[in-house]
Design a protein around this ligand. Structure first.
Ligand SMILES: Cc1cc2nc3c(=O)[nH]c(=O)nc-3n(C[C@H](O)[C@H](O)[C@H](O)COP(=O)(O)O)c2cc1C
Length: 197
C-alpha cells in the first residue's frame, strides 16, 4: 500500500514539493510506505505529445496505478492548477483514480485563490473515480520559509493543518485499506450476471 505524492510544480526549488515532502515524512513516521513523483523529472516532450510509451511516463503511470492514496500538489497558477499537472492528469485513464483516496494540496501567493483547489482540481479528481477526496490543504508562500541549508520551516497555522491532514490520511488508510489488503480477486464480484428463475 503506497501513498504517492505528485508534485505539479515546474520550479526547481518548489514550495509545493517541500510541503508534500513534509506530509510524506509525517506519514512515513507512522510506518506507511511513501513515494514522491515530481512531474518535472518526466520527459517534457513525452508529456506534451501524450506519449504514454515513453519510459518515464510509463513508470509514473504505474506508480499512480499502484498507489492507494494520492496526494496531488500544485502551485496556483493563474487562479488554477498548473498546466504541468493538467498534462499529466490527461494521460491517466478515465478511471485512473478508481478506489483511491486523494488529497488536493496547493501553494499560492494569495488567499484570493484559496478556492481554486476546490473548484478546479477537486472535480477532476472526482471525475477520475476517486473514492474519497479529503479536505484540501492550501499553503501561503509566507507560511513556507525555505532554509538556506535546504528544506523549510512551516509556520503555524500551516504546520497544524499539515499534521491534521496527515492524521486524516492515516486514519482513512487504516479504515479503507486494512493490512493485509484484500487482493483484486478477493474483491471481484463472482455472482452470475444472469440468475436462473
Ligand atoms: C506563472 C505563475 C502564476 C501564478 N499565479 C498565481 C495566482 O493566480 N494566484 C496565487 O495565489 N499565486 C500565484 N502564483 C504564485 C505561486 O502560486 C506561489 O508562489 C507558489 O508557492 C509557487 O509554488 P512552487 O514553489 O511549488 O512552484 C503564480 C506564480 C507563477 C510563477
Amino acid at each position: 500500500m503506497t501513498i504517492l505524492a505528485i508534485s505539479g510544480s515546474p520550479s526547481p526549488d518548489s514550495r509545493t514539493q517541500l510541503v508534500l515532502s513534509h506530509v510524506l515524512s509525517l506519514l512515513a513516521q507512522r510506518g506507511l510506505a511513501t513515494e514522491l513523483l515530481a512531474l518535472p523529472t518526466l520527459s517534457g516532450e513525452a508529456l506534451i505529445r501524450a506519449d504514454t510509451t515513453a519510459p518515464s511516463i510509463e513508470d509514473a503511470l504505474s506508480k499512480v496505478a499502484r498507489a492507494r492514496v494520492v496526494i496531488v500538489g500544485t502551485p496556483i497558477y493563474k487562479a488554477a492548477y498548473t498546466g504541468l499537472l493538467k498534462a499529466f492528469l490527461d494521460l491517466l485513464p478515465q478511471d485512473g483514480f478508481d478506489g483511491k483516496i486523494a488529497l488536493p494540496v496547493a501553494t499560492g501567493g494569495s488567499l484570493a485563490h484559496l478556492l481554486a483547489l476546490d473548484y478546479a482540481l477537486r472535480p477532476v479528481l472526482q471525475a477520475l473515480g476517486t473514492e474519497a477526496v479529503l479536505p484540501s490543504v492550501f499553503a501561503l508562500d509566507r507560511e513556507v520559509v525555505r532554509r538556506p541549508e535546504g528544506g523549510a520551516v512551516f509556520e503555524e497555522p500551516l504546520r497544524a493543518r499539515l499534521s491534521a491532514s496527515a492524521e486524516r490520511i492515516a486514519s482513512f488508510t487504516e479504515r479503507f485499506f486494512p493490512v493485509p489488503y484484500p487482493t483484486a480477486n478477493a474483491l471481484r464480484d463472482t455472482t452470475p450476471t444472469t440468475i436462473a428463475a
